[in-house]
Design a protein around this ligand. Sequence first.
Ligand code: NDP
Length: 479
Amino acid sequence: ATANIGVVGLAVMGSNLARNLASREGNTVAVFNRSRAKTDDLVAEHPEAGFVPSFSYEEFAASLQKPRTAIIMVKAGAGTDAVIDELVRVFEPGDIIVDGGNALFTDTIRREKAVRETGINFVGMGVSGGEEGALHGPSLMPGGSDESWVTLGPILRTIAAVAEGEPCVTHIGHDGAGHFVKMVHNGIEYADMQLIAEAYDLIRRGTGKSPAEIADVFAEWNHGELESYLIEITAEVLRQVDAETGKPLVDVIVDQAGAKGTGAWTVQTALDLGVPVSGIAEATFARSLSSHPEQREVSGSLPGPLESLTVDDADAFIEDVRLALFASKIVAYSQGFDEIRAGAAQYGWDIDLGAVSKIWRAGCIIRAQFLNRIADAYAQTPDLAVLLTAPYFVEALERAQGSWRRIVATAATGGIPSPAFSSSLAYYDGLRAERLPAALIQGQRDFFGAHTYKRIDRPGTFHTLWSADRTEVEAEDTH
Ligand code: NDP
C-alpha cells in the first residue's frame, strides 16, 4: 500500500481532483475507474502525477494505506450507490469513503447511516468550482463524522482554494450537512445569475446600449461592492462576438436556460422547511419559463404597456440598476443562509454560518468580496436570525432602497419581467411590515375550516361560529 488517498471515477471532475491531489506535497494518489480506458489515459497523460492505477476494487483497496480514504466522483444517483457497495465490500472499519458528487442531502443521510453500520466512515462532500476548481482549488463542503475529519481535513486543506490565506474548506456538520450547504450554494448561484441577467436586460432595453457597452458597465461594477466571479464572467460573455455572424454571442444563443436540478432541490427543501427563499424560487421558475417555447409562442398576442421604457438619464438609470442588484443580492444570500439555519435546526447540524461564508470566498461560482461582509455579520452576532438585519446590510439597503423601488416600478410599467428584483423587494417589505394581511388569511381559514386564530390582546386560541351567531369561542389549538 503506497497511496494515502484514492479517487474513484475519472471523468473530468475526478481526474482533475486526482491531479490536484497529486500535485500537493506528501500525497500519493490511487486512481480507479469502472471502465479501464479513462484510467489508462489519465496515467499516460500525467506521468508527473505518479498515480497508482488499479483495475479492480480489490487492487484499489490494496493500494491504499490505512485508514483508507477514497473520494468518489461518479455520476450522482445509482452510480454512487454502486460504487459505495463495492468500496464497502473491500474496505474495513475505520476507512473513509467520501462522495464528492452532487448528491441530494437526503441520499447522503441515508448512505451515511447504512455505511456507518459497517464501521466504515462515510462523508458526503459538496465540491464547487467546476472543472477548473477541481484542478486548481475548489471550495469544499464536507459533512460526515468528526473522526473522518481528523484524517480528511489535512488532505482537503492542501487542495482547496485559498481566500485571504485561509483554505476554502471546513467541516460543515454531520452526515448530509455538506451536501445540504452545497445545494443552497447552488440555489444562491441561481438567484445571483438571474439578478445579473435582469440587470443586463433592464440596461439594454432602458438605455439601448450594446452588449459590449454593457460589458464595460459590468467590468466597472466589478471594481466596487459587487465584485464577484459572476459579474466578471458576465462582462466576458457580453463582450464575446460570434465568429460566424459577427453579432454579439448573447444575441445568437437560444434564450432557454437549462438546469441540472440543484436549484429545484433548494426550493423544494425550503418549502418543506417553511423558509421563504423567494429570490431563489423566482430564479428557478424564470429558467423554467424560459425553457417552455410552446408556452412562449403567445408572445406578441399578449397585450403589453402602451409605451415602451424610456430613460432620460442613462447614467443615473444604470446606477439605480446597480443598487437594485446589490439590494436584491443581499436578500438572496440572506434567504439562502436562513435556509441553512433552518436545515441545521431540522437535522441537528451544528453549522457555523460565518465559516460557510468564508469557504465560499474562493474556488466556487458565487465567490465574491461580499462574503466577507457576511462573515463579519456572523462574527458580530453568531445567532443572527435574519442575515440582512446585520448593521452593514441595513446601511446598504437604506442606501439602495430608493433605486431598488424605482427600478422595480420602472420594470413593471415598462413591461420588463424582473421576477427576482421584484420578489426580493416584496420579501424585504414583507419583513418590514408592522402588520401583514396574514391576519385576514387566518380569518378566512377559520371561516371555511375552523382552523382557529390567536388574538393580539390575550393568550389562547379562538374560533368564530361563522355559520351560527358569529360569536367567538375559545378553541383547541389546531392551526
Ligand atoms: P459524470 O457525472 O459524467 O460521471 C461519469 C463518471 O461516472 C465516469 O467515471 C463513469 O465511469 C462513472 N460512473 C457512472 N456510473 C457508474 C457506475 N454505475 N459505477 C461506476 N462508475 C460509474 O462525471 P463528472 O466528472 O462530470 O462529475 C462527477 C461528479 O461530480 C458528478 O456527481 C457531478 O454531479 C459532480 N460535480 C460536477 C461538477 C461539474 O462542474 N461537472 C461540479 C461539482 C460536482 P465510466 O467511465 O466507466 O462510464
